[in-house]
Design a protein around this ligand. Structure first.
Ligand SMILES: Nc1nc2c(ncn2[C@@H]2O[C@H](COP(=O)(O)OP(=O)(O)OP(=O)(O)O)[C@@H](O)[C@H]2O)c(=O)[nH]1
Length: 252
């Protein structure tokens, strides 16, 4: 697979109404789609994504965090199961890609927005926050500044995102044992302080990548279908149960 910003970085993708190149349309306006005001598609009428897959529910998930923390790589790992090695090309603006997951028998389409971490694109990404149902906030365990900036990101999120947005903190590049400067316990402590579910991930080895998106999708599905008969879905408990801890060894 070619290095990322073949899809991103296109000027046509940098405006708030732009669509990603291989992205399906959001539920809104798609034939056969009954889009609700919150962007969720009604489960009684499954819709068809651009990739030809039917889905019952659709949600927007946004990846945010400093430049270079691995947002694009995380998305590519989740979507294509591959790691984008090689020289780092920063994202310009914003792009999205779709993936349909099967969550407890319900087809959930995630429209995942990959944002530019660079400060100069902040005003572009601000425009997207309000539509996001979930935010995955990343830092890089090999970059202390990206960790120190989490508080500022949370302030930004509180300012621009919906109050009930599903939020998760991810410490990425957990495979980089020798370069690590942020301990897992520090990430856990910060997340606890802000009441946010937390896990470490690696786009390189694949550690917890599927789990991060699946956990968000489960929480969104649970909320959307208001499964009152069932006990409330506990996101952090689910993550703790399913999470693989980064060990001294790393993947590929
Ligand atoms: N070792 C390791 N390297 C990673 C991982 N994820 C990303 N990288 C590397 O980190 C660099 C930046 O990754 P990107 O995914 O482009 O970062 P980004 O957050 O999208 O950056 P912006 O587009 O500028 O916001 C690249 O050189 C990747 O190969 C990971 O899990 N482990």
């Amino acid at each position: 697979m070619s290095r990322k910003k073949t899809a991103k970085g296109k000027s046509s993708n940098s405006g708030p109404t732009a669509k990603g190149k291989d992205s399906g349309k959001s539920g809104k306006g798609t034939p056969g789609t009954e889009a609700l005001s919150n962007g969720v598609v009604h489960p009684s009428r499954p819709s068809l994504s651009n990739s030809g897959e039917f889905y019952d529910l659709a949600f927007k998930v946004m990846l945010v965090g400093d430049s270079g923390v691995g947002k694009t790589c995380l998305l590519v790992r989740f979507k294509d199961g591959a790691f984008l090695a090689g020289s780092f090309i920063s994202t310009v603006g914003i792009d999205f890609r779709n993936k349909v997951l099967s969550i407890d028998g319900v087809k959930v389409k995630l429209q995942i927005w990959d944002t530019a971490g660079q400060e100069r694109f902040r005003s572009v990404t601000h425009a997207y926050y309000r539509d996001a149902h979930a935010l995955l906030l990343l830092y890089d365990v090999t970059n202390k500044t990206s960790f120190d900036n989490i508080q500022a990101w949370l302030t930004e999120i509180h300012e621009y995102a919906q109050q009930d947005v599903v939020l998760m903190l991810l410490g990425n590049k957990a495979d980089s044992t020798h370069q690590r400067v942020v301990r897992r316990e520090e990430g856990e402590k910060l997340a606890k302080e802000f009441g946010v579910p937390f896990m470490e991930t690696s786009a390189k080895s694949g550690l917890n990548v599927d789990l991060a998106f699946t956990a968000a999708a489960k929480e969104l599905k649970h909320r959307s279908l208001k499964e009152l008969s069932e006990p409330k879905f506990q996101l952090q408990e689910y993550v703790n149960k399913e999470m693989t801890k980064a060990t001294s060894c790393c993947g590929s």
